[in-house]
Structure formats: structure tokens, C-alpha cells
Design a protein around this ligand. Structure first.
Ligand code: G6P
Length: 369
């Protein structure tokens, strides 16, 4: 087993560090930046469908559902198609409105999750077209969907999903650009620019991994907390949800992710000196708004750690701790900002003596409902 961990203490850490490679593998043969072209062989027969689709429904569970929420931002922004994201377990039991015109995208690392499979069968009965985004090649979901795109992240052993999540987000980015291009929602020159940076993402993720020592220092400060709040806006909201899920899964600290603006409708009541609040505060569309949310937390004595764009001084002056990540286009923030959150959960869990790779009560793949 030590050999399989490749010198890392845990599979989770190994998988976190594999992300520059897994994202690279996921992009391989799919993007041609100079030509401004995205090629997705698995769904190419559905181009006509994609040109005319009125609505996309994403179904998934757990971390894959969080990737779906990031996908909603990406597809709506770059392809201009309305997207709904559903928990497979809710969708399947509530007589949802689905027609032949709909496209359903099921996301699953394992390709075996029972609720996601049942949601697919239901949508299929109603005549929808179903795509799968899966990691495990030849699993059940790729077999029951009409078409799909594999994430190619390689086997994920740690129960807490890390590299599968970033690969799912990468595929969703590709799908958003692909549909956007086919529908003429994205300019060719813009696409060239985006794809050029997407090609650099593995390198930028590698840089983000350099925050490890800094994250470890912050983990030391937060390791004895009973609660933790993760806040972000826009596509950083699902990243906050995922950061909270990682922490609660492996360290057993109660953690919640919230859209930063919703804080005032509840979570703000919890804030005191013992409450760490982690912000995703990169320099993008809602930067100024997030800054006021940070001020609100500081005014109530909360401890703030913020993930910021490299060189940011405004947040640095306000927050107790900052973690810098490389500057990226807004489309790619989730891929980079997730990295320090994975490391934070990992280090806190290790410091608390938890079984990081096999947390209590959790299974890697949930094949029963
Ligand atoms: C379990 C795993 C999670 C995963 C979820 C969905 O809860 O522990 O890591 O996100 O199932 O699994 P799937 O294989 O469908 O992505």
C-alpha cells in the first residue's frame, strides 16, 4: 500500500497533488487553443441537439453535485442555455417535468451511484437525451447514458473526492465552451483566449499547490474549532460548499458553505471569536461585495482566512490569514481555488488524528439508496 501511495502519507494527499496531471489528462486531445476548437468525441453525434436544446438538467450526488453547480454557472455564462442542478435522490422521487427536448447530464465519479442511476432511468423513460460525466471507464452510468465525456482522472481511492471533482469541473468547462461555440454564444476570439489559458491551468494548479505550507499553518490555528463557515459568491459559492463538505467529511468539524450574501440571513448569528470563516475572495465580479462581507465578519470578531488573487493587499489588511492563488480568468477560478480548501481539510483532519482516506460512516460509492 505504501508503494501505491507513491511516497505520500495518504491517498487523499497523493490525489490532491496529482491534479496538475489529472487535469492535463482530462484536457488531452480535447482542446486546440490556436484554432479555438474544443473536440468532444463522446458527444459529437449530438451537435444538432446541443444547438437546439432549451434546457439542461444536471443530476448528481455529493461532490459531483457541487461540480454540477459550478457547471451551471459555466454553461449559463458561456453557452447561454438555462441549467437546473438537481440532487439525484430528490429528482427521482418527485415526478419532475422532463420532456424529449431536455438534455440531462448525470455526473458521477464512480458511475455506480444508485440514486443517480435511478434519475437517469426516469429521465430516459420520459424521452430526454442523457449524457454522462464519469471517471470509471465502463461503469454502469456510461453504459446506460446515450453519450458522455470521461474525466480521465485515474483511480480515486480516498473516500473524499478531490481530483475527480476538478476533472468534472474541467469537463463541464469544455462542455460549456463546446455548446457555446456550436450555438454562436461565444466569440471565436474569446474562445481562443479562454482555451489558451485553460491549457495553462495544470501549471497554475501546480502553483496553487505551493500554498501547502501556508495552509498547514492556518490548519494549526483552526484545528480545534467546532464549527467552520465557508463563503463565496458566483461560482465560488459551490467551491465554498465543496470546501465545507471536505472539512466535515474527513475532520468531523461541523462546516457549512453559504453564498456570502446569504450570511446575513442566518449564519451571521453564529459568528464569534471561535468561528473561523473561510472566504473565497479572488479579484472577480463580486470582489467588492465579498470585501464587505469580510468586514461584517471581522466586525463581529470572527476569524477570517481568505483565498485571494496573488498580490492582493486589500483583503490582506482585513483578514487574519490569506492564501494567495495565481491570477486566472473568472471561468477557471473554481479549478484553482479548490486546491487550498482540499489541503486545509486534509491538514486539519491529520492534525485531529482522523482516518483521512476512510472516514467513518462514509463509502466511496453509494450503490444502495
Ligand atoms: C459518496 C462519495 C462522494 C461522492 C458521492 C457521489 O458520497 O463519498 O465522494 O461525491 O458519493 O458519488 P459519485 O461516484 O456518483 O460521484
Amino acid at each position: 500500500e505504501a508503494l501505491e501511495k507513491g511516497g505520500y502519507d495518504h491517498f487523499m494527499l497523493k490525489e490532491i497533488y496529482e491534479q496538475p496531471r489529472s487535469i492535463r489528462d482530462c484536457l488531452r486531445g480535447r482542446i486546440y487553443p490556436q484554432q479555438g476548437k474544443v473536440q468532444l468525441g463522446g458527444i459529437k453525434e449530438y451537435v444538432e441537439k446541443l444547438k437546439n436544446v432549451d434546457r439542461i438538467i444536471i443530476v448528481a450526488c455529493g461532490t459531483s453535485w457541487h461540480a454540477g453547480l459550478v457547471g451551471e454557472y459555466l454553461i449559463e455564462e458561456y453557452a447561454r442555455v438555462p441549467v437546473e442542478v438537481e440532487y439525484a435522490s430528490e429528482f427521482r422521487y418527485r415526478n419532475p417535468i422532463i420532456t424529449e427536448k431536455d438534455l440531462v447530464i448525470a455526473i458521477s465519479q464512480s458511475g455506480e451511484t444508485a440514486d443517480t442511476m435511478a434519475a437517469i432511468e426516469l429521465a430516459k423513460e420520459k424521452g430526454a437525451t442523457i449524457f454522462g460525466i464519469c471517471n470509471v471507464v465502463g461503469a454502469s452510468i456510461p453504459r446506460i447514458t446515450h453519450a458522455g465525456v470521461y474525466t480521465h482522472a485515474g483511480p480515486e481511492i480516498g473516500v473524499a473526492s478531490t481530483k475527480a471533482f476538478t476533472a468534472q469541473v474541467t469537463v463541464l468547462t469544455l462542455i460549456a465552451f463546446y455548446i457555446g461555440q456550436k450555438r454562436g454564444a461565444i466569440k471565436q476570439s474569446t474562445l481562443i483566449e479562454y482555451l489558451t489559458q485553460l491549457d495553462e491551468i495544470p501549471t497554475l494548479v501546480e502553483q496553487a499547490l505551493k500554498s501547502n505550507d501556508r495552509v498547514k499553518e492556518i490548519a494549526e490555528k483552526f484545528k480545534n474549532s467546532n464549527n467552520c463557515l465557508f463563503l463565496g459568491r458566483g461560482s465560488s459559492f459551490p467551491v465554498a460548499l465543496e470546501g465545507a463538505l471536505k472539512l466535515k467529511e474527513i475532520s468531523y468539524i461541523h462546516a457549512e458553505g453559504y453564498p456570502a450574501a446569504e450570511m446575513k440571513h442566518g449564519p451571521i448569528a453564529l459568528i464569534d471569536e471561535d468561528m473561523p470563516v473561510i472566504f473565497i475572495a479572488t479579484k472577480h465580479s463580486s470582489y467588492e461585495k465579498v470585501i464587505s462581507n469580510i468586514q461584517e465578519v471581522k466586525a463581529r470578531g470572527g476569524q477570517v482566512a481568505a483565498i485571494v488573487t496573488q498580490g492582493d493587499t486589500t483583503v490582506k489588511d482585513m483578514a487574519d490569514y490569506i492564501i494567495e492563488i495565481p491570477e486566472v480568468n473568472e471561468a477557471f477560478v473554481p479549478l484553482v481555488s479548490t486546491i487550498p480548501l482540499q489541503l486545509l481539510a486534509y491538514h486539519i483532519a491529520v492534525m485531529r488524528g482522523c482516518n483521512v482516506d476512510q472516514p467513518r460512516n462514509l463509502a466511496k460509492s453509494v450503490t444502495v439508496e
